[in-house]
Design a protein around this ligand. Structure first.
Ligand code: NAD
Length: 491
C-alpha cells in the first residue's frame, strides 16, 4: 500500500520520513493507508514553511475581493464531492454516513462565511483626530499560519481556519491527525484545482515531530490547534513562548441540566442524540446529565428508552446511527472508565461493553451505556470519556446544579432543558461555559459565531470561526496622517 504524500509548493511529494503508521478503519481494522510518522517529518515542515513563506509576498497584495474567489469554487467542489468525502470520513473515523455528510456541510458553511472577508476585514477611520490629522486602522495578514487538527472531525475542523486564513492574505500549512488523514488528502486534491499560487496552502503529515517543528519555526506566525486539553495546553505554552499567536481548543466534559418542567419526549431524544452521536466522540457531546426536582424517574426511563433505540454498526450500512470508537486502545480506555464508574458506586443501567456487531467482529464497538447515580466526588464525573457513555446525576434544585456546572474544570458547553424563560435566563447568565444550549443538545456555534470554549477547553484569546477568525488571522496597523493645508495651496 502506498505511503501518503505531502502537498507542498503545489505538488504531491514523498515525505523525508520512511517510518509510517497505519490508517485503520475502526469498524474492521482494515488498513486504509500508511502515513509518514517520525523525526524526519520535521524536514517536511521545513520545506512547507519555505514554500508558504515564498507564496506570501504576492498573495498578501492580491485584492481581497480576488482572494475570496477561489473559495466560491471550493464551496462548489466540496458540494459536488460531499458523498465521496462523507464515505472517507466514515471509513477512517467511524461515524455514520449521515453524520459524516453533516460534518462536511459545517465545513462548507465556514467557506461561505469566509467569502464575507472583504466586509469583515474592513476597518476604522477617524477624520480630524487633531487639526488636519486623520487616523485609521488597517488589517494586514500575519504571515505563515499552521493548523493541527484532531481525529474526530476530519472534514470540518480544518475549515474553521483555512478559508479565513487565506482570505485574510496569509499562507497556510495543515497537519491533519495521523489517525484520519485521508479526508484532507481528498480535500487537497480539490484545493489543487483552485489555481492558488504554489505554496499558499500545504499539507504535511506526521505526529508530535511535525507539530514541534511548526511550533519552533520562526517563520510560522500563528498556530490553530484543536485536540485534547493536555496537548492544547502544551501547544499554547510552547507556541507563545516562541512568540507566536496561538488559539488552542481543548477537551470537554459537558453538563446538561433537565428541569422537571422540560418537554420530556423532545428532551430525551435530543440528549440521547448528543451523548451517542459520533459514538460520543464530540467535544460537544453531552456527558453528565443532571435531572432536577421530582421527575427523576420518568426522565431516566425516557433516556433509557432513547439510548436503547440507537442502532450501532458500520457507518456506511443502512440505518446505522452510531459507529465504532476510533481505536482498540480507545475502546479499552472507555470500557475501563465504565468499570471505574461502577467501582465508584454508580449503577450500570445500560451496559454497552463487549459489543459485537455481526460481520464487524474486529470493530471498536461500544453500545450506548448509562451510569446512574454517579459519585460526585469520583473520577468519572470529571474525566472526559469521549465515548458513548451517559452519566446520570440527580439534584434537588437549579442553584445546586449550576454550582456543580461551575466546579467543572472544562467549559466547552453547558445546556439546560426547560419550558421556563426565567430558568433559561438564570442559566445562561451564570453557567461557567463558553457555548450554552437552551433546549439544544449540541450547542455548536454556526460559522458566523466563535467556537467559544472556556477554562481548560480553550487556551488563547481569539477562537475559531467568524469574526474571531478574521481578527486572529490579521494584525492591526494604525496610521496617523498629517496633510497640512499650506502644502495644498502651493500647487
Ligand atoms: P489529540 O490531542 O490526541 O491530537 C490532536 C492533534 O495533536 C493531532 O494532530 C496529533 O497528531 C497532535 N498531537 C498529539 N499528541 C501530541 C503531542 N504530544 N505533541 C504535539 N502534537 C500532538 O486529540 P485527538 O484524540 O485527536 O482528539 C480528541 C480530543 O480533541 C478530545 O479531547 C476532544 O474533546 C478534543 N476536541 C476539541 C474540540 C474543541 O473545539 N474544543 C473539537 C474537537 C475535538
Amino acid at each position: 500500500m502506498e505511503v501518503l504524500k505531502n502537498y507542498i509548493n503545489g505538488s504531491w511529494v514523498d515525505s523525508r520520513e520512511t517510518a509510517t503508521v497505519d490508517v485503520l478503519n475502526p469498524a474492521n481494522q482494515e488498513v486504509l493507508g500508511k502515513v509518514p510518522y517520525g523525526k524526519n517529518t520535521a524536514a517536511d515542515v521545513e520545506s512547507a514553511v519555505e514554500s508558504a513563506a515564498k507564496a506570501l509576498d504576492e498573495w498578501r497584495n492580491v485584492p481581497v475581493m480576488r482572494r475570496v474567489q477561489p473559495l466560491y469554487k471550493l464551496k462548489q467542489l466540496l458540494e459536488d464531492h460531499v458523498d465521496e468525502l462523507g464515505r472517507l470520513i466514515t471509513l477512517e473515523c467511524g461515524k455514520s454516513f449521515a453524520e459524516s455528510k453533516a460534518e462536511i456541510q459545517r465545513g462548507i458553511e465556514n467557506v461561505e462565511t469566509a467569502c464575507a472577508t472583504p466586509m469583515l476585514m474592513q476597518s476604522e477611520f477617524s477624520e480630524n483626530v487633531a487639526s488636519g490629522i486623520d487616523e485609521f486602522m488597517i488589517r494586514q495578514p500575519v504571515g505563515v499560519c499552521a493548523c493541527v487538527s484532531p481525529f474526530n472531525f476530519p472534514g470540518m475542523i480544518p475549515f474553521w481556519f483555512l478559508p479565513y486564513a487565506i482570505a485574510c492574505g496569509n499562507s497556510f500549512i495543515l497537519k491533519p491527525s495521523e489517525k484520519v488523514p485521508l479526508t484532507m488528502m481528498k480535500v487537497f486534491e480539490l484545493i489543487d484545482q483552485l489555481d492558488l499560487p504554489k505554496g499558499l496552502v500545504n499539507l504535511v503529515h506526521g505526529g508530535k515531530d511535525s507539530v514541534d517543528a511548526l511550533l519552533d519555526h520562526p517563520q510560522v506566525k500563528a498556530i490553530s490547534f484543536v485536540g485534547s486539553t493536555p496537548v492544547a495546553r502544551y501547544i499554547y505554552q510552547r507556541g507563545t513562548a516562541n512568540g507566536k499567536r496561538v488559539q488552542a481548543q481543548g477537551g470537554a466534559k459537558n453538563p446538561v441540566l433537565v428541569m422537571p418542567d422540560a418537554d420530556l419526549e423532545m428532551t430525551a431524544k435530543i440528549i440521547a442524540d448528543s451523548v451517542y452521536g459520533c459514538a460520543g466522540q464530540r467535544c460537544l457531546a453531552a456527558s453528565n446529565i443532571i435531572t432536577i426536582g421530582d421527575k427523576k424517574g420518568t426522565i431516566t426511563e425516557a433516556l433509557l428508552e432513547a439510548a436503547k433505540g440507537k442502532t450501532t454498526g458500520f457507518g456506511l450500512d443502512e440505518g446505522i446511527e452510531m459507529g465504532p470508537v476510533i481505536t482498540p486502545e480507545s475502546k479499552r480506555r472507555i470500557e475501563s472508565l465504565i468499570a471505574k464508574g461502577v467501582s465508584e458506586g454508580a449503577n450500570l443501567l445500560l451496559d454497552g461493553r463487549n459489543a459485537t456487531i455481526s460481520g464487524y467482529e474486529k470493530g471498536n464497538f461500544i453500545k450506548p451505556t448509562i451510569l446512574e447515580n454517579v459519585a460526585l466526588e469520583g473520577e468519572i464525573i470529571k474525566t472526559e470519556i469521549f465515548g458513548p457513555v451517559m452519566s446520570l446525576i440527580h439534584m434537588a434544585a437549579i442553584d445546586e446544579a449550576i454550582d456543580f456546572v461551575n466546579r467543572n474544570n472544562f467549559g466547552n458547553m453547558a445546556c439546560l432543558f426547560t419550558t421556563s424563560g426565567l430558568n433559561a435566563r438564570t442559566f445562561r447568565n451564570r453557567a461557567n461555559a463558553g457555548n450554552i444550549g437552551i433546549n439544544i443538545g449540541v450547542a455548536a456555534p454556526m460559522a458566523q459565531f466563535p467556537f467559544s470554549g472556556w477554562n481548560d477547553s480553550f487556551f488563547g484569546d481569539l477562537h475559531g470561526q467568524g469574526r474571531h477568525a478574521i481578527e486572529f488571522f490579521t494584525q492591526t496597523k494604525v496610521v496617523i496622517e498629517r496633510w497640512p493645508q499650506e502644502w495644498t495651496r502651493k500647487f
